[in-house]
Design a binder for this molecule. Structure first.
Ligand SMILES: [Cu+2]
Length: 171
């Protein structure tokens, strides 16, 4: 009789676990922590995407400026190009596309799903957004470098032109 009672308790415990709602608190916490971390990375990705759009607009301005200056002063612009700006813009656009793809593939967290499945899904999402963020970081540094170098060149040229004008004026 005693053995039977213990057996019954075990059967009930097993039944509760198998019923699904029996996901342990520990597993639930692992899942929700992981989900929170992926969500935070998504938010980072969103603000990176906004920053990417701003930089892309700045690059468009810089390319327009470059083209008009290069047309006006072909001699001074010899050997120069706007390829670095264009390459940086391409990188920004690729990162933005990856971010949008990642978002469209992102599945909502389903707490009723099997723990291992949830963790596998969230790990895949986290790896994906980690790569997207790295792509943005890479594109930002390319964009910043290109914008700075073109700004420096334009400033040098403005200085040289002003000096040239002064010389001409003195003659
Ligand atoms: Cu988003």
């Amino acid at each position: 009789m005693k053995h039977f009672a213990i057996f019954s308790v075990l059967m009930i415990a097993a039944a509760v676990l198998i019923a699904g709602c029996g996901k342990s608190e520990e597993f639930k916490k692992l899942e929700s922590d992981m989900y929170a971390s992926v969500t935070a990375m998504h938010d980072d990705g969103m603000s990176m995407m906004n920053k990417g759009n701003d930089l892309s607009a700045k690059i468009d301005d810089a390319i327009a400026m470059y083209d008009s200056m290069a047309a006006k002063y072909p001699k001074q612009f010899e050997g120069q190009s706007s390829d670095d700006l264009k390459a940086a813009k391409e990188k920004l656009s690729t990162a933005t596309t990856s971010m949008k793809e990642w978002m469209s593939e992102m599945k909502p967290y389903d707490p009723t799903m099997d723990h291992m499945q949830v963790m596998a899904q969230l790990t895949k999402s986290k790896d994906g957004i980690t790569k997207v963020k790295a792509d943005f970081q890479d594109a930002f540094s390319a964009a910043t470098t290109a914008l700075m170098s073109h700004k420096a060149f334009a400033e040098d040229m403005a200085t040289n032109l002003a000096a040239g004008v002064k010389k001409v004026g003195k003659k």
